[in-house]
Design a protein around this ligand. Structure first.
Ligand SMILES: [Zn+2]
Length: 319
């Protein structure tokens, strides 16, 4: 039984924290129990505590870019893991410069880690090693500094197995059941071949999550990210501030909605809101209004607004 993937928003504010929103980070919890962080702004470790996510579960930290509101939480989080005596490795993936940034802070602050730290620097788009059935690809996005978006693609799974059909064809329960369940053809003692498609439903497609960093144009992921279950995209500004958004390499509600439409995303979660959208300022759109603006550009996509410590589940496609 495959469980839903759960994404928890640890910080949803752009640039600076506010009273209700911390700077950017998201925790993606997988079926195997591991957690990957997408960005790690300052005080992400505090937010992990509030969300009840144990740092020991973190396997990977994917950084979109090295603006401080996306990465200043890393040294503190690593130091805490070391104080807690962690021994499992942590892998950090991010743009060129991330190695120097982290190693410099650890060296100058005389912080010794109790675990191996594996840092992978990205100098262009690339695929990363498959982990627990998930393939990750990094795609470059236009922003003011080098920035990446990540596409997480779950492997296909064999279709539902029907033991009655296998037995009717003369397959005895046991080893050959297992082979058929894994999608392998088998040969019976009388020489006949039984193929998995005779005894199982069609293969089940995996989920696809597209998690973007800061950008004014996510169309570089249009192909890799098409038909995604979930698109998480920064939406720093409302639609009336498109000039300002482009000037600073950010997106508006309308730009994000159009990207969701282009990707045919099933769900769009908007996040990374400018601190001007407090829901208390009468002259500024409410977050609800931002959702409505984005939704206007992507009919057919469910649009949701992230808030701190809120989780969203992505069930298996055949659930
Ligand atoms: Zn940025």
């Amino acid at each position: 039984m495959i469980r839903p993937v759960q994404i928890t928003f640890l910080g949803t504010s752009a640039g600076v924290p506010t009273r209700t929103r911390n700077v950017t980070s998201q925790a993606v919890a997988f079926d195997h129990g591991g957690v990957w962080l997408l960005d790690c702004g300052e005080a992400t470790q505090h937010q992990l505590m509030r969300a009840g996510i144990k740092p020991a579960r973190i396997e990977r930290i994917l950084l979109t870019h090295l603006h401080g509101d996306h990465c200043y939480g890393i040294p503190g989080a690593l130091a805490t893991m070391a104080i807690n005596g962690r021994s499992e490795p942590v892998s950090i993936i991010g743009p060129v410069g991330v190695k120097e940034l982290i190693e410099t802070v650890l060296r100058i602050s005389d912080t010794a880690l109790s675990f191996p730290l594996e840092i992978t620097e990205l100098d262009g788009p690339r695929s990363l090693p498959r982990l627990e059935g998930w393939q990750v690809s990094a795609h470059e996005l236009p922003h003011r500094v080098r920035c990446f978006g990540y596409c997480l693609q779950e492997a296909e799974r064999p279709g539902r197995f029907h033991p009655d059909r296998a037995q009717a064809l003369g397959v005895a329960p046991g080893r050959q059941f297992g082979q058929l369940q894994r999608g392998e053809a088998i040969q019976l003692a009388d020489g006949r071949t039984v193929r998995p498609e005779q005894v199982a439903d069609p293969r089940r497609p995996g989920r696809k999550l597209v998690l973007l960093g800061d950008t004014c144009d996510g169309t570089g992921l249009a192909e890799a990210g098409s038909d995604c279950d979930l698109l998480v995209c920064e939406t720093t500004y409302d639609a009336a501030r498109e000039d300002k958004a482009r000037q600073w390499g950010h997106s508006t509600t309308r730009m994000t909605g159009e990207l969701a439409r282009r990707l045919r995303a099933r769900t769009l979660i908007i996040t990374h809101f400018s601190s001007r959208y407090t829901d208390e300022e009468p002259d500024e759109p409410s977050v609800e209004a931002l959702v409505a603006e984005a939704a206007l550009a992507c009919p057919g996509t469910t649009v949701l607004a992230a808030r701190d410590l809120w989780s969203h589940s992505i069930p298996p496609r055949d659930a």
